[in-house]
Write a new protein. Structure first.
Length: 531
């Protein structure tokens, strides 16, 4: 072999190591990269990732859904079918009002207008395929194999148009604007595409979280690319689809306010004010366009708001893994406080928990700080706000996935725990096998295939542990014990909800820890420039 060939081989080997940002690939990754030239095929990797995620999604969709064969109320599957029925057959002015053809006690529409418009479009398609799917007042609890197939397809197409396409775009944009390897970008995309929690809820339990999260992801991409107005529009659309996306409202507000402040300091106050007015007008116009068809007068507007933000439902539902459910185990506070007082207390606590990170973002409106504030604010809302569902943890999971490379161990840990926090709901829906399969695929593929330093060090048992790694070990051991107990053991007759409550307490404690940790990271931790 000539000297030239030896140099070429050495350069090729170094390139494989260098393209990962100074972190060598695992042996499996090196073989794949050298044989199939994966680092040079960024767009192909995105397409392969999306196709693989579709396989995981559709495989999950073969199992049961929420409320299958459980009259009279069934579950979320029936709720979305019923919304197609109502929105297709009634006028927009009737969608949120009690009437002879719209019983609000039977899955009355309680999501913002964009969900209603989406339901109307799907209802029109359903009526074209089989009018029995959404026959007014006659289709309650309609179930068939063909209808299940149709409903699963509506989620898949909605997912492709929003979340999956946004995940692909996120990878593509980051790939063009970053010096990280394409293989590293593939990792970040994989985390977005293979997160078990979102797949299990949308394709198992049955919901359309992919739409609101996809719109939010488009907003984050636009913000990172400097398209502030477009980002604002996408975020307003996300909130108009699902009100829980207001969990991100404070980070967006303080980030834009910080940008206006920076603009005023670097140029003139007038320029800063101009930017503020531009953002305010964008928000106003977007919401007016979205809400006007169902809010043509004050009575309609107040009714829609009352349906979307119901105070009479209580501070939490079922065994949601937040502060209030954990506190309720020890103190039955709902016996002493009415819903109005609780709503005020929840609002004050949520604001207090969110403000430190928001103020930090206001004075330092960087993209990385923005991502951390999204996590801290949404976690504060999930833990302390009023009327929280267990599925709302998916909102927190989105920004956690987006900073995966910077905080690998804690993000990995959070994503596993967040999926587990919904286990009682998934078990009730008959989704035990998909839960175990998706969780195993997600966990093992990240730890065995991708070379994530923190996780790799943990599994190789190197003597470089920090306290958080010991916590992680104990956490995962407890995870296995609680999971096996919930599946294999019968609860005492006196405490039939013992295991769901154990999962709630386990997850709540973790989420409180993550809230403290990510606030610490934002306020005190310094990253290297390459992070």
């Amino acid at each position: 072999m000539t000297k030239t060939n030896i140099n070429c081989e050495a350069k090729k080997k170094n390139a494989l190591d260098d393209k990962s940002g100074g972190i060598p690939y695992s042996p499996i990754a090196k073989v794949l990269c050298s044989r199939y030239e994966l680092p040079s095929c960024g767009m192909n990797n995105i397409i392969i990732g999306i196709l693989s995620s579709i396989f995981l999604r559709w495989s999950t969709g073969l199992f049961d859904y929420s409320g299958k064969g459980q009259p009279p109320m069934y579950g979320d599957y029936e709720a979305h079918r019923h919304w197609m029925e109502i929105t297709y057959h009634l006028t927009p002015s009737e969608w949120y009002f009690q009437s002879e053809n719209n019983d609000l006690l039977y899955w009355g529409l309680d999501y913002p207008p964009l969900t209603a418009y989406h339901s109307f479009i799907m209802g029109a398609v359903a009526n074209h395929i089989n009018p029995q799917y959404i026959a007014l007042n006659e289709s309650r609890g309609f179930e068939s194999y063909g209808h299940k197939l149709f409903m699963r397809y509506t989620v898949l197409y909605s997912d492709l148009l929003t979340y999956l396409s946004a995940a692909g775009l996120f990878s593509y944009v980051n790939n063009k604007s970053s010096n990280k390897s394409k293989f590293t970008m593939m990792l970040e995309t994989y985390v977005l595409l293979a997160y078990p929690g979102l797949i299990l809820i949308d394709y198992g339990h049955f919901q359309y979280n992919c739409v609101s999260l996809g719109l939010t992801l488009y907003s984050i991409i636009a913000l990172g690319s400097g398209y502030d107005v477009l980002a604002c529009i996408f975020y307003c659309l996300a909130v108009s689809y699902k009100q829980m996306l207001l969990y991100f409202s404070l980070p967006f507000f303080f980030y834009y306010l910080g940008l206006c402040r920076q603009k005023a300091k670097s140029t003139t106050f007038r320029e800063g004010l101009k930017k503020f007015i531009q953002v305010a007008l964008t928000v106003t116009i977007t919401f007016v366009i979205c809400w006007l068809p169902v809010s043509r007068n004050l009575e309609q507007l107040f009714q829609v708001i009352n349906r979307v933000f119901p105070i009479n439902r209580g501070v939490f539902e079922d065994k949601v893994s937040n502060f209030w459910c954990l506190l309720n185990v020890f103190v039955k506070f709902r016996l002493y406080l009415n819903n109005t007082i609780l709503a005020v207390i929840c609002g004050l606590l949520t604001l207090a928990a969110s403000l430190p990170s928001c103020i930090n973002l206001f004075f330092r409106p960087t993209k990385h700080k923005f991502m951390l504030t999204l996590i801290n604010s949404s976690l504060a809302f999930f833990l302390f706000s009023y009327q929280v569902h267990e599925k709302t943890i998916l909102i927190v999971a989105l920004p956690v996935m987006l900073i995966f490379r910077a905080e690998s161990l804690h993000c990995y840990w959070f994503l596993i725990v967040s999926s587990f926090s919904m286990f009682p709901l998934l078990l009730k829906d008959g989704l035990f096998i998909p839960f175990c399969s998706l969780s195993t695929i997600f966990a093992m593929s990240l730890t065995m295939f991708y070379n994530i330093p923190e996780i790799e060090n943990y599994f190789k048992k190197r003597p470089t542990y920090h306290k958080c790694e010991y916590l992680f070990t104990f956490s995962m051991f407890s995870w296995v014990v609680v999971l096996l107990s919930a599946v294999l053991l019968k609860p005492p007759e006196r405490y039939p909800d013992l295991f769901p409550l154990l999962i709630c307490c386990y997850s709540s404690i973790h989420f409180i820890y993550f809230c403290i940790y990510f606030n610490y990271v934002q306020l005190f931790k310094k990253y290297k420039k390459s992070a």
